[in-house]
Design a protein around this ligand. Structure first.
Ligand code: CTP
Length: 397
């Protein structure tokens, strides 16, 4: 964080008082912070406090009234290594999403070349409104990082989602961002994610409970660290926000295999995170199987291709192939067998016996096992944090 140039944008919300703590944390960590505050923000927190703590005059207007000095949002945008807007009100988020440049903060945002972090803060109904949600999605699609608000008691005394994330956690997001830097710049990373669906008839399939969250977290983490990412994704309810992620949507294991065979030869790293169905129906009925017309049908299954093993067989020197193993028993033994069988460089083991690990959850408890048998066990973390650990480990190989 030392010596980093950070723009701290403050808008008109009750949570503006918390920006003071964030500013202090940034300054204490050695960052140079330029505060840009909206006119409404000044109703909540005085520029005197902010300039005293940051050691720089706070910028709010396009000009300093008495001297006529112009504040160049373009220069500021170039100066910054990161911009963080905390709190970001519904109004500022809407302006950012739509390019309404009527104050210094939004013009600076539009000129910024650096990563932008947005910490929304508003009442729960404003947060839940489709308009706000659509604007937040838009910011995500521009590659901005949304620091999700927490749930809890709000200024209105209502309880729900909309409370700005705590300054310590916002600080940590920035700290992590700078700690990793762009250590995957120039690398191409392929990630598989989600379940596969194996068709039975036009309306039915065999699938599994995979949500895709771990694979998407890996893709976001890799892209943020400078990689070009191809995310081969089975059917999930997630979207990738970073513009460096190309999503290739597939449904079945065979389609996933085809996409992987096409992408793997020009990848430096592949992480096989998908929960691929092991079997598919031998044949797919052309029309819906009707209940009245027959006894309980028997669906004959055939084995699906092992995608990781297919890539392992064609892996070149210098390529890293990582797999996942979700086990329910004899976890280590099974994971180690998979490393050998699929010619992996490492495997990420999660056990369904660990609470908070596995499908659908936002957390994971992983153990990374290398081809030489060495193991590192990590505590329960968010899937995004686990993704950072996995990428750190891949880089160490
Ligand atoms: N995998 C794959 N293609 C398959 C099955 C698995 O690419 N057809 C990958 C997964 O993405 C994961 C690893 O192989 O990285 C291990 O998956 P898992 O389902 O645990 O292993 P299987 O080989 O299917 O063994 P089993 O289901 O019997 O435990």
């Amino acid at each position: 964080m030392k010596g980093r140039h950070i723009i701290l944008g403050i808008t008109g919300g009750i949570a503006a008082y918390k920006s003071v703590s964030l500013l202090r944390l940034l300054i204490k960590a050695g960052a140079e912070v330029q505060v840009v505050i909206t006119p409404a923000g000044k109703q909540f927190i005085t520029p005197v406090t902010l300039s005293a703590l940051s050691g720089r005059p706070v910028i709010s207007e396009f000009f300093t009234a008495n001297t006529g000095e112009w504040h160049s949002h373009v220069d500021l945008g170039l100066w910054a290594d990161a911009m963080v807007i905390a709190p970001a009100t519904a109004s500022t988020i809407a302006k950012m999403a739509n390019g309404v440049a009527d104050n210094m903060l939004v013009t600076t945002y539009l000129s910024a070349k650096c990563p932008v972090f947005v910490a929304p803060a508003m009442d729960l109904d404003m947060m839940a409104h489709p308009s706000t949600q659509a604007n937040i999605e838009r910011l995500r699609s521009y590659g901005n990082h949304i620091i999700e608000p927490a749930s809890g008691e709000l200024a209105s005394h209502l309880v729900g989602k909309g409370r700005m994330e705590e300054p310590e956690n916002i600080f940590k997001v920035l700290q992590d961002h700078f700690a990793h830097g762009l250590d995957l710049a120039g690398k191409h990373v392929m990630i598989t994610a989600g379940p596969t669906y194996e068709k039975i008839d036009p309306v039915r399939f065999i699938g599994n409970y995979s949500s895709g969250k771990m694979g998407y977290a890996l893709a976001e983490e890799a892209a943020e660290r400078g990689a070009k990412v191809t995310l081969v994704s089975g059917p999930v309810n997630l979207t990738a926000s970073n513009p460096n992620i190309q999503v290739v949507k597939v449904e079945s294991a065979r389609q996933m295999l085809e996409a992987c065979l096409e992408t793997f030869p020009h990848s430096d790293i592949a992480v096989m995170c998908a929960a691929v169905a092991d079997y598919a129906p031998e044949s797919v009925a052309d029309v819906k199987i009707k209940r009245e017309h027959q006894d309980a049908p028997v669906i004959r299954l055939v084995k699906n291709p092992d995608i990781a093993a297919a890539l392992g067989a064609q892996k070149r020197l210098g390529q890293i192939l990582a797999g996942f193993a979700l086990e329910t028993h004899d976890e280590e033994k099974h994971a180690k067998e998979k490393i050998t069988k699929k010619n992996l460089d490492m495997i990420v083991l999660n056990s369904l016996r660990d609470p908070g690990a596995g499908f659908q959850t936002d957390t994971n408890k992983i153990t990374i096992i290398d081809a030489d048998g060495s193991e590192i066990a990590f505590p329960l973390k968010t899937k995004r944090e686990a993704a950072a650990d996995i990428i750190d480990h891949i880089l160490s190989l």
